[in-house]
Ligand binder design. Sequence first.
Ligand code: TA6
Length: 320
Amino acid sequence: MVERANKPAAIPVSPTGPSPHVIFTADNSRVVASLPSGESVEVLLHGATVVSWKSAGTENLFLSDKAVLDGKKPVRGGIPLVFPVFGPPPSSGPLSTLPQHGFARSSRWEFLNQSSSEASTSARSAADDSVKLDFGLSSSNLSPESLRAWPHKFSIIYSVTLSKSTLQTTMLVRNESEVSFEFQLLMHTYLRVTDIGQVTVSGLNGASYIDKVKSASKAQETQSELGISGEMDRVYTGLQPQKPVVVSQGGKPRFEVIRDNLEDLVVWNPWIDKAAGMSDFAPQEAYKQMICIEAGAVNGWQKLEPGDTFEGVCSMKSVL
Ligand code: TA6
């Protein structure tokens, strides 16, 4: 396991006072966790897709009314996981048979365990509570098609940590084989907003980006507050680690996104035509209530030597 500062140390749940609550639904389809202070998170085993994150009673994530949640296709909304390839697969070679965005979001993950971090002193407050859910995917979970397309022995532990105002997602990829392999990785987060016309994104000023709406042309961000007034599909690359990206609504910060070891970030809104073109995107006007802010390592490929691990973290703070 890659050691990093500020990792919540999981300690046994103390007997004093209300504790975080975790349930695994009867149909084995999802895990729901909540804190004594009311925050909650809901994760499907299908794709280990977070489909709900609530803080102060407010839903922070967008989920399409027509999102398919029965495992038959990737979820349109929440936090789908992208691995081992971002976007359409290479046009030739073994990877070419992978689905767009890879197999992680379409695979059945295992729920590995839960742990709760609580302040162990009497000074404990609800703000100290958090609950961490671990999910696993490995080569042994893959469909024959995925294994044919990507025949590498790997394991991923995906951790979702809910605390009072923050949701932290961590992907830990391990090369379990005798040879190196390469991958891309991204958390395809659909944030819920009230009106895209009032949304601005800051923290990208000066960064290079690939504009997928303009034939993947390269450009540099010049706006300190980026507004969205049409289809936007930009891959910002080589961002300063730990530099917050802030999504504001009506001039007030709503989300703060901090990445660790994920140097790229995608900003996507399908707008009218692309929204109309997605059968699982509803209602069609819903493009006004969402913006994808996607932390990842997608500019080029991450190479992992045998036995090595790659850890990427995205912490999102909900400002209400
Ligand atoms: O992350 C942005 C993007 O790559 C867009 O180009 C668009 O394709 C979006 O992902 C959704 O992809 P999906 O395969 O989920 O329809």
